[in-house]
Every structure is written in C-alpha cells, then in structure tokens.
Design a protein around this ligand. Structure first.
Ligand SMILES: CC(C)(COP(=O)(O)OP(=O)(O)OC[C@H]1O[C@@H](n2cnc3c(N)ncnc32)[C@H](O)[C@@H]1OP(=O)(O)O)[C@@H](O)C(=O)NCCC(=O)NCCS
Length: 163
C-alpha cells in the first residue's frame, strides 16, 4: 500500500493518483486471482516492500494471447536491478502460460522505464499524442509491446484481416 502511495505521489510515472486499492480491496483481489490469468510480484528488502508488479492475461477469448503489466519500484531502490528481476520473472510466467504478446503503457518522459523495457525487447507500437498532462507538461502515452516469438508483430504467414 505504502509503495503505491509513494509512487503515485511522485506524479511523474503512473496515471493513478493517490492510493490505488485499500488493503482490504488488495487482499480480496489477491484471494480471487486466477493463477492462469494473473501474476502479482512483490520485492522485499529487510521486510519492506520495495517493488511491486502485476501481469494480467487478456480476459476475453479474442485477446487471451496478450497480456499487460504494470511495475513500480521504491525511489531509493531504483537502478539496482529490482525492476529487471521482476520483469524477467513476469515475462517467464507469461511465456509459460502461452501469452504471445505482452504490452504496457509508459509516459514518453519516463526514459528509465523505457530503457528497461527496450532492453528486454519491447518496442513502441503506438503513441497517444498529448494523452497526459503532468503539472502543465503535455506528454505522449506510449504503447510498447513484446512479441514472445521474437517477431515485431504477428507471426509471419499469419493472415491479417486488417484493411
Ligand atoms: C521503471 C522502474 C520500474 C525500473 O526499475 P529499476 O529497478 O529502477 O530498474 P533496474 O535497476 O532493474 O534497471 C533496469 C534498466 O533500466 C534502465 N535504467 C535504470 N536506471 C536508470 C536511470 N537512472 N536512467 C536511465 N535508465 C535507467 C537501464 O536500462 C537498466 O538496465 P541496466 O541495469 O542493464 O543498465 C523503476 O525505476 C520505477 O519504478 N520507476 C518509477 C515508477 C515507474 O516509472 N513505473 C513504470 C511506469 S510505466
């Protein structure tokens, strides 16, 4: 809870403002989570939660081959490998349940997060221009994706219905 509160208070990095879930709501979500669809990760140092991440499989048949994620690390523990460790764990889980495409959204100003995602193979797929205004600064919201089979899109030879 505290970590979420701290990171949202920084305002720079995540869309949410203030506490995302109460302790009771979080406990309820965790208790009801389906292990085939959801992975929550917590990184602890000396009993303090310093990192959290969530990975979620698409909830419908049409997007069950995709997953999305969020991740936060406490300010004083950033740049130490906690984020990378959680991303590696989450990607391995996504692969193990057959997810073919992982996606996330990141503010264009958040270079550290983009560096991490790019280093793991994520590429920019789309950009919502000026979708966010942070304390008067107009910022793009960038959609990044990782295709598990190493392709930059659907597998070659797959039939596209797009016109
Ligand atoms: C983004 C975030 C999750 C990364 O986690 P982290 O533990 O700080 O990252 P790591 O220490 O594992 O570093 C992984 C990579 O990030 C990049 N990185 C880390 N610190 C960086 C810095 N100060 N500047 C630029 N890139 C940096 C590097 O590519 C690094 O890889 P390397 O160690 O091989 O050089 C974390 O910094 C964070 O929670 N930031 C605030 C909240 C946030 O932005 N969440 C994501 C919203 S989309």
């Amino acid at each position: 809870m505290e970590l979420t509160r701290e990171v949202t208070a920084e305002r720079e990095y995540v869309m949410a403002e203030g506490l995302v879930l109460t302790r009771e709501e979080a406990a309820k979500q965790l208790a009801g989570a389906d292990a085939q669809k959801t992975l929550y990760l917590v990184a602890e140092v000396g009993g303090r939660v310093v990192g959290q991440a969530g990975f979620f499989r698409g909830e419908y048949t049409k997007n069950a081959h995709t997953g999305q994620l969020w991740i936060v690390v406490a300010r004083e523990h950033r740049g130490l490998g906690v984020g990378r460790a959680m991303m590696e764990r989450g990607i391995a889980w996504a692969r193990s349940i057959g997810i073919r495409k992982l996606k996330l959204r990141v503010f264009a100003t958040n270079q550290r997060a983009q560096n991490l995602y790019r280093s793991m193979g994520f590429v920019e797929e789309a950009r919502l221009r000026g979708d966010v205004i942070i304390d008067g600064r107009v910022v793009d919201d960038v959609l990044m994706a990782l295709w598990m089979d190493g392709q930059r899109g659907p597998p070659p030879g797959s039939k596209s219905a797009n016109k």
